[in-house]
Design a protein around this ligand. Structure first.
Ligand code: NAP
Ligand code: MG
Length: 402
């Protein structure tokens, strides 16, 4: 069989721990046998980030801007414990945060549904897509440990000399401080991305913040969404039979649980981070959630929504063949290859990506699954396999399709 040719490389971003192991398995067993894979490779593993003083992350982000499509493996975001474990000279920032800041995009996360796994929330019948604003807020905040008694102030100095100064708190003891920001331009492109994606996928759009408490910060998001909807999308939504709905984040949480799904839920950065984990877990498993970052210029970054699955990695290091679910990482690859195929006019590459997804779903619908799904399967007798066996089963079905 001749392998499928690519013309423009995909930006490949390798990562850490268990997902790094799975990354290689997917390439070896599911992609390279069929595709003459062309990538521009960036190692975002923590050791390489330390060695390059995190320059590699920025280079990878810039490569996505240049080439248009990237696929990213999960990476460790260092905390205090990781700094010790990996002997780091600095607590490097979240690579995802850095890349999102370069692309200024919106992250859409949707669960991968299979027939035999019913969502934990009985009312849900259709997928719920979380649209996560991928810029600013706590992910780009400046933080400070307040060491002692003292006054904290919020200061803004305008270019023309305007000055704004307000007391945040008169500390009578030690404490903490955080300065977060966002930009109207970024909020606007977030809103456009959500309204467009809703129209493209034929789903209504919900948006929720805490504007009653955050009277400037969250309120700005609410007002910009309203303004953009009224000006640019209302007509198109109405003629498509869709709607835009704003509510408080706590009200949204209650409504989402009672709903039957089938809508896009736009969230601010942190809400989207947490809610997508909740939604994916309730739909089955964190490992069944796809994630794509779309920039306002139409650049794409595909990844799994879950992390590096550290506990499995430690067991892997002890020689165990773990049953870690590779589906979201496989769908990151298929998503990236499909997008590359669409942009470069390579129908064979698009077809390959679709076959890879179909082979993955068929494997699970046949009852062959990793341990995270076994306890959730209904109406069939599932067979628990380890990651290597699972990928081999997908490869078998994929080869038959090719
Ligand atoms: P995690 O790696 O997503 O794992 C949390 C738990 O979810 C796992 O312990 C496992 O449960 C289950 N799980 C997640 N993915 C799975 C999969 N593919 N197959 C089977 N089970 C899966 O999150 P974490 O433990 O909070 O974070 C670990 C590291 O990942 C951290 O260093 C964090 O910084 C990083 N992280 C990276 C990203 C990213 O790059 N996008 C996102 C989140 C976290 P059981 O142990 O019960 O089996
Ligand atoms: Mg998260």
């Amino acid at each position: 069989m001749t392998k499928i040719k690519m013309t423009v490389p995909l930006v490949e971003m390798d990562g850490d721990e268990m997902t790094r192991i799975i990354w290689q398995m997917i390439k070896d067993d599911l992609i390279c046998p069929f595709v003459d894979l062309k990538t521009e490779y960036y190692d975002l593993g923590l050791e390489e980030r330390e060695r390059t003083r995190d320059a590699v992350t920025t280079q990878a982000g810039e490569a996505i801007v240049r080439l248009g499509v990237g696929v990213k493996c999960a990476t460790i975001t260092p905390n205090r414990q990781r700094v010790e474990e990996y002997n780091l000279t600095e607590m490097w920032k979240s690579p995802n945060g850095t890349i999102r800041a370069i692309l200024d995009g919106t992250v859409f996360r949707a669960p991968i549904l299979i027939d035999c796994v019913k969502p934990a929330v009985r009312a849900w019948q259709k997928p719920i897509t979380i649209a996560r604003h991928a810029y600013g807020d706590v992910y780009r905040a400046t933080e400070l440990r307040v060491p002692e008694k003292g006054k904290a102030e919020l200061v803004f100095t305008g270019e023309d000399g305007t000055n704004f100064r307000e007391t945040i708190y008169d500390f009578e003891c030690a404490g903490v401080l955080q300065g977060a920001y966002n930009k109207d331009s970024s909020i606007r492109s977030f809103a456009h991305a959500c309204f467009n994606y809703a129209l493209q996928t034929g789903q209504p759009l919900w948006f929720a913040t805490k504007d009653t408490i955050s009277k400037q910060y969250d309120q700005t998001f609410k007002l910009l969404f309203e303004e953009i909807y009224e000006a640019d999308y209302k007509e198109a939504f109405e003629s498509a039979g869709l709607y835009y709905f704003y509510t408080l984040i706590d009200d949204a949480v209650a409504r989402v649980i009672r709903s039957d799904g089938g809508f896009i839920w736009a969230c601010k950065n942190y809400d989207g981070d947490v809610m997508s984990d909740m939604v994916s877990t309730a739909f089955g498993s964190l490992a069944m959630m796809t994630s794509v970052l779309v920039s306002p210029e139409g650049k794409y970054e595909f990844e799994a929504a879950h992390g590096t699955v550290t506990q499995h990695y430690y067991r892997y290091l002890k020689g165990e063949n773990t049953s870690t679910n590779p589906i979201a990482t496989i769908f990151a690859w298929s998503g990236g290859l499909k997008k590359r195929g669409e942009l470069d006019n390579l129908p064979e590459l698009v077809a390959f990506a679709e076959n890879l997804e179909a082979a993955s779903l068929e494997t699970m619908n046949a009852g062959i699954m990793t341990r995270d799904l076994v306890g959730l399967a209904e109406g069939i007798t599932p067979v628990a396999v380890n990651t290597k066996e699972f990928i081999a089963e997908i490869a078998k079905r994929l080869a038959a399709k090719m």
